[in-house]
Design a protein around this ligand. Structure first.
Ligand SMILES: *Cc1c(COP(=O)(O)O)cnc(C)c1O
Length: 396
C-alpha cells in the first residue's frame, strides 16, 4: 500500500456491467474514455470484456488506438475527432469512427484510400451521429438528409460501411424532462430519413447510463454505459438497481495535533476552531484533483473516514494536503484515511464528495490522480485466494 492511492476493484466493475446487461437486455458498450473515468482505461476495458461488453466507447482516436495496442480486438467506437487526427491507422485497426459532416466523410474516404482498405476488402466502419437536441457534436436535423445520402453513396461505392447511427441525451438523469421524449422523436425521424436513403446500420443507439436505467424506449440496439459501469449512480433514488462503486481513495494520516479555540486553519484562515480540538493532516491535495472548495462552498464540507468516524475537512484544500477535524480524538499517525469508496466501511462515496464540492460524481472520479498511484484488487478472486490460503494453512 502506498502513502496515498486509488484502489480499484475490478470485480465491482464486472458485477456492475453484468447487472446493467441483465437490466437492459441489449448489447453493452462500456465507455472507458478519460482513463476509464479515472479507474484506468485498460484494466477497465479488460473487466468490461470479461463481463461481456460487446463494445467499448472512447472519445479520442488515441484512446481507441491505445485499446488496440493493449491487445483488445473487439468492437470499439470513438466519437471525437478533429481534422488533424490521422484516421488511416484508426480505420486500419478496425475502429468504428463517428462522422457528422460531409467533410468528415471525405476525410474518411481519403484515409481509407491511404490505408488501402478497399483493396483489402475491408471497408472503413463509420457511424453517423445526429444532434437530437444536445447541440454538441452531431449533424443538425437540417444537415442530416444530405449526410445520409452522401453516406449511402459512399457505402454503395465500397468506400465505407455505415455501421451505426446514434445520438446523445442532454437530460437523461431527469426522466420526466420533456427533452428526453423530444430527443427520442428527433432520433426516430433521423432513423426514418436514413432508412429512406437506403442505410441499414447494424446498431442504433441513444442511451447513456441514466437513460439505459430509466428510459427503456431509448435502449435500441445497445446502451453506452460509462458512469454506472464504475458503480456510480447517474440518477440517485430514481431506480432500484444496486451498483457497487469500484473506486476507493485512501491515504495514511500524516499528522495529528491539538489546537486551541480561536486557532484558524489553512490558507486564508477560512475556518476558526470554536473550541479546542484535534486536527488530522491528509497528504492529498488539489494537485491530486481534490476540489479546493470541497470545504469552502455553500454545502457542508466534504468528509473522510478516520478511526471509524466521518471527519469534515476544515479550511481550504491545499496543493498537497488538507486538514480534517478529529473532534478531540487522537488516532495514530499512519492510520488509514478513506476519502471515498463504496461506503461499506462507513466512508463517504464519490457522490457525497460531489454534493460537497458542488459538482457531479463524474468529475470527482475523473479528476482524481496527480501523484496518487493506482492499485487494482479483485474482490472475487482475492477473496477466493484468501480462502484458498486459509485452507492451505490448515492442510499444513
Ligand atoms: C461519456 C459518454 C457516454 C457515457 O455516459 P454515462 O452517463 O457516463 O453513462 C455515452 N455516450 C457519449 C457520447 C459520451 O460522451
Amino acid at each position: 500500500m502506498s502513502r496515498a492511492e486509488i484502489v480499484v476493484d475490478l470485480a465491482a466493475i464486472r458485477g456492475n456491467i453484468r447487472v446493467l446487461r441483465e437490466r437492459t437486455g441489449v448489447a453493452m458498450m462500456t465507455v472507458v474514455k478519460a482513463d476509464g473515468y479515472g479507474h484506468g482505461m485498460l484494466a477497465s476495458a479488460r473487466a468490461a470484456r470479461a463481463a461481456g461488453s460487446e463494445w467499448l466507447g472512447v472519445a479520442t482516436v488515441d484512446e481507441a488506438l491505445a485499446l488496440r495496442a493493449a491487445g483488445d480486438t473487439g468492437r470499439v467506437l470513438c466519437w471525437l475527432t478533429v481534422p488533424a487526427d490521422d484516421l488511416a491507422p484508426v480505420l486500419a485497426a478496425d475502429i468504428d469512427v463517428t462522422v457528422y459532416t460531409v467533410d468528415g466523410l471525405e476525410r474518411v474516404a481519403e484515409a481509407a484510400a491511404r490505408a488501402g482498405l478497399r483493396e483489402a476488402g475491408r471497408p472503413a466502419r463509420v457511424q453517423l451521429k445526429i444532434d437530437t437536441g444536445l447541440s454538441r457534436g452531431g449533424a443538425t436535423v437540417a444537415q442530416w438528409p444530405e449526410l445520409a445520402a452522401r453516406a449511402r453513396d459512399g457505402e454503395q461505392g465500397g468506400a465505407w460501411r455505415i455501421t451505426g447511427i446514434w445520438s446523445h441525451f442532454s437530460t437523461s438523469e431527469v426522466p420526466e424532462d420533456p427533452a428526453n421524449a423530444e430527443q427520442e422523436k428527433v432520433f426516430e425521424e433521423a432513423l426514418a430519413v436514413a432508412a429512406a436513403a437506403g442505410l441499414r446500420p447494424e446498431v442504433r443507439h441513444l442511451a447513456n447510463s441514466a437513460a439505459a436505467l430509466l428510459r427503456p424506449s431509448s435502449r435500441y440496439d445497445l446502451v453506452r454505459c460509462g458512469l454506472a459501469s464504475y458503480g456510480l449512480d447517474p440518477a440517485p433514488g430514481r431506480h432500484d438497481l444496486v451498483l457497487v462503486p469500484a473506486m476507493t481513495v485512501r491515504a495514511d494520516l500524516a499528522l495529528v495535533k491539538h489546537i486551541d479555540a480561536g486557532d484558524s486553519v489553512s490558507y486564508g484562515h477560512t475556518w476558526t476552531a470554536p473550541a479546542p480540538t484535534t486536527l488530522g493532516l491528509v497528504p492529498i491535495g488539489y494537485a491530486e484533483g481534490i476540489a479546493r472548495r470541497a470545504a469552502a462552498g455553500d454545502q457542508p464540507a466534504a468528509q473522510v473516514l478516520v478511526a471509524g468516524r466521518r471527519r469534515p475537512i476544515r479550511g481550504a484544500v491545499c496543493m498537497d494536503q488538507f486538514v480534517v477535524d478529529l473532534d478531540g480524538d487522537t488516532p495514530e499517525v499512519g492510520d488509514e484515511v478513506l476519502l471515498w469508496g463504496p461506503g461499506t466501511r462507513g466512508e463517504p462515496t464519490a457522490q457525497d464528495w460531489a454534493l460537497a464540492s458542488g459538482t457531479i460524481s463524474y468529475e470527482v472520479v475523473t479528476r482524481i490522480g496527480g501523484r496518487l498511484t493506482r492499485r487494482y484488487v479483485d474482490s472475487d478472486t482475492d477473496q477466493h485466494d484468501a480462502q484458498h490460503d486459509a485452507q492451505g494453512e490448515r492442510e499444513r
